[in-house]
Design a protein around this ligand. Structure first.
Ligand code: SAM
Length: 302
């Protein structure tokens, strides 16, 4: 079953000799699937990309004792993860693919090194993982990213390239926006590899990219998450205005009654800048201030 296309990947100390060499095309054939873009199914078939994905975690000294994979598909990446991790939990929503994974990786499941969870990664309980390495389904990539980021674990994730670049963008750049601030609040984010369409079967309509995140322990107080998201959305939809004028227009946000009081209490220099130049830490401080002074006397769900 194994070794049809030895990829040159060197198995980790915890792996059995059989892992890390399954040919992705052969897995696709054995699974009898073609990949269905309507169900976010674009399978990675480029051995070199598959081999590099766990390497991005290894070179950052990430704890690989329990790796979470979301959207395991036919298991081409699962196989590489088993070669470097002590344990892998693979979540797959498609029942046929989940059944195929259970059959293909029966030995690893018996050894207790792999758990296949059949279900929607947005709904199932997440295990206590130490890192996630995944070629995510693109449809819910934003929801999945913001399910994983607050867990405070290192992540190596494949996204649409444009999404990846926005996530990693620095203040002062065109790509910097709400996504960059929210991701940057939880982690340092870097794009480590652009991946061409041809690396997938079937090829998606857009290019992809691998993102690596390193969790941060912010030295500022985290604001209430729902409020923070609403606040950022309101301010970034007015990104051409100064922060002063943008914040004055946020009265509609739940939990913020008096934006003028926020502007008066906030740093003057900050109020004169535009949203695209404000760092995640500055935004977090401002959101906390807005929560404190924006609605005197009432702090719902604070
Ligand atoms: C982009 S493919 C990646 C497959 C495989 N990891 C690979 O690299 O070839 C995404 C996989 O996620 C599965 N999927 C889609 N939405 C999902 C969800 N909400 N929860 C769990 N799996 C999902 C699809 O069935 C598909 O197998």
């Amino acid at each position: 079953m194994n070794g049809e296309n030895a990829s040159g990947h060197s198995a980790g100390p915890n792996s059995g000799p059989e892992t890390g060499t399954r040919d992705p095309d052969a897995l696709l054939r054995r699974a009898g699937v073609r990949g269905d873009p309507d169900h976010d199914q674009h399978f990675l078939v480029d051995d070199r990309v598959l081999d590099r994905l766990p390497g991005y975690a290894e070179e950052a000294d990430v704890d690989l004792s329990h790796v979470l994979e979301i959207g395991a598909g036919t298991g081409a990446l699962t196989d590489r993860l088993l070669a470097v991790a002590d344990r892998v939990t693979a979540i797959e929503r498609d029942p046929d693919l989940a059944a195929f994974l259970r059959e293909e990786f029966a030995a690893e499941i018996d050894e207790g090194r792999l758990t296949v969870v059949e279900g929607d990664a947005l709904e199932v309980d997440l295990p206590d993982f130490t890192a996630s390495i995944s070629n995510l389904p693109y449809g819910p990539s934003s929801e999945l990213a913001f399910r994983l980021l607050p867990e405070g674990r290192p992540l190596v994730l494949m996204f649409q390239r444009e999404f990846a670049e926005r996530m990693a963008a620095e203040p002062g750049t065109d790509d910097y926006g709400r996504l960059s601030v929210t991701a940057g609040h939880y982690a340092d984010v870097e794009v480590v590899e652009p991946v061409p369409k041809e690396a997938f079967s079937p090829p998606p309509a857009v290019q992809s990219a691998v993102v690596r995140t390193t969790p941060r322990d912010p030295d500022y107080e985290a604001p209430d998450v729902d409020f923070f998201m609403d606040f950022l959305k309101a301010v970034f939809t007015q990104r051409r205005k100064t922060m002063r004028n943008a914040v004055r227009n946020t009265a509609h946000i739940s939990g913020l009654g008096d934006p003028d009081a926020v502007v008066d209490a906030a740093d003057e220099d900050l109020m004169g800048r535009r949203a695209g130049d404000v760092t995640p830490a500055e935004f977090a401080d401002l959101a906390a201030l807005a929560r404190e002074v924006g609605e005197p006397g009432e702090h719902p769900s604070a």
